[in-house]
Design a protein around this ligand. Structure first.
Ligand SMILES: [Zn+2]
Ligand SMILES: [Zn+2]
Length: 359
């Protein structure tokens, strides 16, 4: 199969032939239909996080099941599936306490010394985040996939595989926005736009979209924002407090930068909650005014939407099919495997919301 391979020290992909190993007992082989480009792929591409290379990036995808391992239950050839990096063992303390999205298990990888899932001759191509989506086929552990209805277009389904589920879940499960509450969302990328939609679906009153790229406000408004703040011109926290006469009930930070995390807390009304969703590079810290917390404000994180994706993703599909979740609006471009480099450049420059690789 063809895949976009990322080699040592390189920041450009090369489309190469990669071999996929035979399907293990608890594995699924999937024909990739589409894969989204996520901001965390960009971090790994630019070497912000260390990962074993050569590898194939991408972790947001959907496709059709080609082959089912002998011990796998609940999947059949021809099923439409969304993949997810948040594999779960169902046995560890985190899984058993309802936080399977934080599963500590290593069950989803092949045992050390076993044949790698992906290789070129004898050389291993490391699988990225249990998925490696920028490839024509995906060989994954069964707990990295969820079956969805065939009514769902597979290209848009890919978006639900990471960004959409992360953004929706942060609002539904962690922030738990109630009807009429005010919400600010800092960062109008894939996760931020999904958080805006979740706020709208939850019945929020004012929904304030914040970004440094004013060209993103069109789509932010289309999917639910009632107000916008151009953070390249105004202090975000100050503008939010001014617009709301004292601050918002919820601020969702979907950038992953120290300054925006501080702004999220400082934009809150008394009793408000800041939910940090953006991926912040390890070692980064941000200042917190302790006095703000005393007035019953809360600062929290939310990983992968704080939900089991097997439950959440089919619900997100239903939200799309019923017209409440807008996905086409979030797609900046549809590209081939050879367009990934340019698409990441556009993402880095803040020009793109979500690009989709179509296979
Ligand atoms: Zn992602
Ligand atoms: Zn577990």
């Amino acid at each position: 199969m063809k895949a976009a391979v990322l080699r040592d020290d390189q920041e450009r992909f090369s489309v190469e032939e990669v071999a996929v190993d035979g399907v293990g007992a608890h594995e699924l082989l999937i024909q990739t239909a589409a894969a989204g480009l996520c901001h965390s792929d960009l971090y790994h591409l630019r070497g912000v996080f260390d990962i074993p290379r050569p590898t194939i990036l991408g972790h947001e995808s959907a496709g059709v099941v080609l082959e089912v391992g002998s011990e796998v239950e609940g999947f059949a050839v021809g099923d439409h599936v969304i993949t997810c990096l948040a594999t779960f063992c169902g046995r560890c303390e985190r899984c058993l306490s309802g936080r399977s999205y934080l599963c500590a298990g290593t069950h989803s990888q092949r045992a050390p010394g076993a044949r790698p899932r992906l290789h070129q001759d004898d050389a291993e191509i490391h699988q990225f985040l249990n998925v490696s989506s920028f490839a024509e086929q995906l060989l994954v552990h069964e707990s990295a996939a969820v079956r969805i209805t065939k009514d769902m277009p597979l290209d848009l389904a890919a978006l639900i595989g990471c960004g959409v589920t992360t953004g929706l879940g942060a609002v539904f499960n962690k922030a738990q926005v109630r009807p009429g509450e005010t919400v600010a969302v800092i960062g109008c990328g894939g996760i931020g736009l999904s958080a805006i939609q979740a706020a709208r679906i939850s019945g929020a009153g004012r929904i304030i979209a914040v970004d440094r790229q004013p060209d993103k406000f069109d789509v932010a408004t289309k999917v639910g924002a009632t107000d916008v703040v151009d953070a390249s011109r105004y202090d975000a926290a100050e503008a939010i407090r001014e617009l709301t006469g004292g601050g918002v009930d919820h601020c969702i930070e979907a950038v992953g930068a120290p300054a925006t995390a501080t702004a999220a807390l400082e934009s809150l009304a008394v009793g408000g909650t800041a939910t940090i969703v953006g991926l912040m590079p390890s070692g980064k810290t941000f200042p917190v005014q302790g006095r703000l917390l005393l007035d019953d404000r809360r600062l929290q994180g939310a990983y992968m939407g704080a939900q089991n994706f097997r439950v959440a993703m089919p619900r997100h599909v239903e939200l799309f099919l019923s017209g409440q979740l807008l996905l086409e609006e979030m797609v900046s471009s549809r590209i081939g495997l050879d367009g990934i480099d340019d698409a990441f450049d556009a993402m880095e420059a803040g020009r793109a919301v979500r690009d989709l690789v179509i296979f």
